[in-house]
Design a protein around this ligand. Structure first.
Ligand SMILES: Nc1ncnc2c1ncn2[C@@H]1O[C@H](COP(=O)(O)OP(=O)(O)OP(=O)(O)O)[C@@H](O)[C@H]1O
Length: 227
């Protein structure tokens, strides 16, 4: 279980996250939703141990960052590093030996080619494969479906379902409600750095309606009517 208590995060004087209290249980999939700039990525980075913060994040297993796989939205790959070398690097980071990269290549990626030359979707699939190879306990997936094709979309959904079955903690973000509906057990709505609502499966429409209420509405009509 991950237990987040009174988490706040500042960038300079800008308070990006305010007094967040959240619990993430094993074998459950959590969606974090919110408008652009709400603080989703910042929250993910805090959980993954990539940002400092006020408050506490405790985990009842080993050191959280050592068992957490974080899939960022913006991926970076070193130049002249092949897909296989990238996977080897991630495998080494967890002191894993004898990883069978061929059978781990579930997305059939061209592992002998330079990762920086992969397409957006291929890069995402390579990074996700790396996190699976590491046998992490916690998966933080920041918009995992962005930029991937329909077939891979289905595979990623299948992976998330399997991770749940294996008792892993999955925390993800997406701007696509149908995706969240399919994959998540719980949704947390983040607005301006606060948790505005938390809903279990079956009640997601409530959050969707609330977010629709924030749409541009009459301002768009005014804009389109401008001569
Ligand atoms: N490194 C940084 N330095 C300063 N401000 C930052 C930094 N990273 C994020 N912010 C600010 O923190 C706020 C939250 O950003 P964050 O990326 O967490 O939002 P988000 O909910 O993930 O947005 P999106 O849906 O667009 O990805 C924004 O106001 C952003 O400008």
């Amino acid at each position: 279980m991950i237990n987040i208590q009174s988490l706040s995060k500042y960038y300079g004087r800008h308070k990006v996250l305010s007094d967040i209290d959240l619990v993430f249980n094993k074998g459950e999939v959590y969606g974090i939703v919110g408008e652009n700039g709400a603080g989703k990525t910042t929250l993910f980075k805090c959980i993954a141990g990539l940002e400092d913060f006020e408050g506490t994040i405790s985990y009842d297993g080993s050191t959280l960052k050592n068992v957490t796989g974080y899939l960022p939205t913006e991926l970076f790959f070193f130049s002249k590093m092949t897909g296989q070398e990238y996977l080897q690097l991630l495998s080494n980071a967890r002191n894993l030996t004898n990883t069978d990269f061929k059978s781990s290549n579930i997305f059939d990626l061209p592992l002998s080619e330079y990762a920086e030359n992969y397409s957006t979707g291929m890069k995402k699939k390579l990074a996700l494969t790396g996190l699976l190879i590491q046998k992490n306990e916690v998966f933080i997936l920041d918009e995992p479906f962005n930029g991937v094709d329909i077939h891979s979309n289905l595979i990623i959904k299948e992976i998330i379902a399997k991770l749940k079955q294996l008792g892993k903690i999955v925390i993800m973000s997406s701007h696509i409600f149908s995706t969240l509906n399919d994959s998540c057990d719980h949704l947390h709505y983040l607005k301006n750095g606060h948790i505005k609502a938390s809903v279990a499966k079956g009640g997601f429409e409530q959050i969707e309606e609330e977010m629709k209420g924030e749409s541009v509405g009459s301002r768009l009509i005014d804009l389109l009517n401008l001569d």
